[in-house]
Write a protein that binds this ligand. Structure first.
Ligand code: HEC
Ligand code: HEC
Ligand code: HEC
Ligand code: HEC
Length: 418
């Protein structure tokens, strides 16, 4: 409940409409006792994702990032507005972006006298996952465009909204309290086989959604339905860790791989890059429903149905697939360590290093390089001191790519340490 109160505070700040929608969803869910956040399920081994990626927003505020950065286009004038940027790439790609901005950012810290914010490895993960999550929220729907979708996709042949002739399917105004884009997607998905069969009989082409269509449709349903007795939107942002379990328990993993190495019967889902707004991921699933259904029938797999926040969880899991870092190459890492002059101050048990590496601590086999998130946190926390040492020697700031960081970590964790 304390979490709900904190989110409520976060909500009070300047948020774009799309954001409000999602955060309000989280808030009302928590308040109504249906706490869908904060599950106790163990995360994927390689990359412990946050259960609720929106929670990183609280760190964004408590660590003072919001002192210089806006999130929703509000120009604070100091750092760039982060809500409008497309933070794509893996965890370490984004970690590298932060690292590369250290000199620019720290100048502002020095001028303003602010203390450099310290992060634990969990916080580094939560903060970066939050930045990565921003695109997930998508844009708010436009009701007028939703009406176009409703008619052009054939929905109006079977459904009315708030009264009308069509009555093959239920009047969609019934959904008024639950008409979030993902909830509508979930209902369509669950009724998929019977709906597709009905459409085939009536000679209507199966609907296919473009990005934004479900958000628009949801806005249209809410507008037509009018305010319900109690406005409530059953929509958690989605828990990617629960989604990972559903991916197995709902049978998706029987056909789909998620590590870039293909699948059996379906495409690998890391490759199409599903880092796009949640409603667009749900659309992608739906657009492939016919193809999946026939493969499912061939394999004797029943049509999976989703309850409560299950589709949201699954979609959050798919969204985070491109976030996971592949394993780096230790030999490349050894070259990066030399080329970026890390070896000037740090030891990593390199035979060529005698006499070098006295200014900074030993790095190999230490807690600092034990995981991706601990490495990013350690580099971030020590960045101002490193900056002083590096720039003090007249050297340029050693910019890094995500691949550099992957290789460095593979190298440093493969060394035994002294
Ligand atoms: C004292 C002001 C200040 C604070 C506080 C601050 N930043 Fe920055 N940040 C900046 C400035 C200035 C830049 C642009 C630097 C540059 O271009 O090299 C920047 C750049 C960035 C970028 C790169 C944006 C891009 O264009 O790619 C990211 C990401 C970022 N900051 C994240 C954070 C996070 C996360 C925090 C909180 C832990 C934070 N910042 C706190 C001033 C700040
Ligand atoms: C061929 C007729 C037909 C078409 C076309 C059709 N539906 Fe349906 N729809 C149905 C039927 C029948 C049901 C109820 C299915 C059931 O109960 O198994 C249903 C159920 C639903 C539900 C769940 C409603 C609830 O109260 O749970 C939603 C949401 C929905 N449809 C949305 C749509 C949208 C959006 C479109 C257009 C993209 C669409 N439908 C097109 C026949 C249709
Ligand atoms: C029986 C095998 C099978 C199962 C089970 C299955 N799929 Fe699929 N999936 C496919 C096939 C085949 C395609 C390609 C279909 C097409 O292109 O028409 C596909 C396509 C997709 C796509 C689109 C990928 C792209 O290229 O953009 C997504 C997303 C997806 N599936 C998600 C899921 C999820 C989530 C589940 C579990 C609820 C699931 N699938 C279960 C076979 C399956
Ligand atoms: C000019 C010297 C210098 C260079 C070059 C340098 N560092 Fe550092 N580094 C330091 C110092 C000094 C510390 C300890 C700072 C402190 O105690 O706060 C440190 C700390 C660290 C830590 C945290 C270690 C821990 O145990 O918490 C990591 C990780 C790190 N450096 C990585 C790197 C990498 C990777 C490079 C190359 C891209 C690099 N450093 C380049 C001086 C340097």
């Amino acid at each position: 409940m304390a979490f709900a109160a904190r989110i409520a505070t976060a909500c009070g700040r300047q948020l774009a409409r799309g954001w409000k929608f999602w955060l309000r969803a989280g808030q009302t869910l928590a308040l109504s006792g249906l706490v869908l956040f904060g599950g106790t399920v163990a995360a994927a081994e390689s990359l412990p994702l946050p259960d609720n990626p929106l929670e990183g927003r609280l760190l964004f505020e408590s660590r003072g990032c919001d002192g210089c950065h806006g999130l929703t286009g509000d120009k604070l004038g100091i750092g760039p507005s982060l809500g409008e940027q497309h933070f794509s790439g893996t965890f370490l790609d984004l970690g590298a972006a932060l690292w590369n901005h250290v000199p620019g950012m720290s100048v502002t810290f020095e001028v303003t006298g602010l203390a450099w914010p310290q992060l634990t490895k969990e916080e580094a993960m939560d903060l970066i996952a939050f930045l990565y999550f921003i695109d997930y929220l998508g844009r708010p729907g436009v009701a007028a465009d939703g009406e176009t979708v409703f008619v052009s996709q054939g929905c109006s042949s079977c459904h009315s909204i708030g009264g009308g002739e069509a009555n093959v399917g239920p009047d969609l105004a019934e959904l008024r309290n639950f008409a979030s884009p993902l909830f509508i997607a979930q209902q369509i998905w669950n009724h998929g086989p019977s709906m597709l069969e009905g459409m085939r009989r009536m000679g209507i082409a199966p609907p296919s959604f473009a990005e934004g269509d479900l958000a628009d449709l949801s806005a249209f349903v809410r507008q037509q339905a009018g305010p319900g007795p109690r406005e409530r939107t059953l929509l958690a942002p989605g828990n990617p860790n629960l989604g990972g379990e559903l991916f197995v328990s709902k049978g998706c993993s029987r056909c789909h791989g998620t590590d870039g190495h293909g699948g059996s019967g379906g495409p690998d889902l890391r490759l199409p890059n599903l880092q796009k707004p949640a409603e667009a991921i749900a659309s992608t699933m739906w657009n492939h429903a016919l193809g999946m259904r026939s493969t499912m029938q061939e394999k004797g797999i029943g049509w999976p149905e989703f309850r409560e926040s299950e589709l949201a969880d699954l979609v959050a899991f798919l969204y985070f697939l491109p976030f996971e870092d592949p394993v780096g190459d230790p030999q490349q890492g050894a070259s990066v360590f030399r080329d970026r002059s890390c070896d000037h101050c740090h030891r990593a048990d390199l035979p060529t290093q005698d006499g070098a590496g006295s200014a900074g601590p030993e790095l190999s086999g230490t807690a600092a390089t034990a995981s991706e998130s601990s490495m990013v946190a350690a580099m971030w926390n020590h960045a101002p001191i490193m900056k002083k040492a590096i720039l003090g020697e007249g050297r340029p700031w050693p910019e890094l790519t995500g691949q550099n960081l992957r290789d460095l970590r593979a190298f440093l964790s493969s060394q035994s340490g002294r």
